[in-house]
Design a protein around this ligand. Sequence first.
Ligand SMILES: [Zn+2]
Length: 97
Amino acid sequence: MPTREHIDQKPTSEQRSELAAQDTRDDDDRVATTPNGAYTGGYAYHELDEDGELVCGGHSDGRFVEVTRAEAKRTGKTPCGKCEWLLELQTESSTSD
Ligand SMILES: [Zn+2]
């Protein structure tokens, strides 16, 4: 099974669905993504912080739309690696072990 380290280019749809399948977080979470077919060609979905901003930076206004994680997966999006990484750092620093 490919891991993110092996993907340095835009992932194929097959890789996207595998990465999405590995995302076991709550399907009801709100995430931000770009609409399919948008000129930006976005394929990732981003986590939102408590202010509704993208965890990896930037604003969710404008070209991003909020959907549930389940919806993002269903439309062929893949979790944003930078968001995941940043959230992992937060989780590690907030637990004692
Ligand atoms: Zn992100």
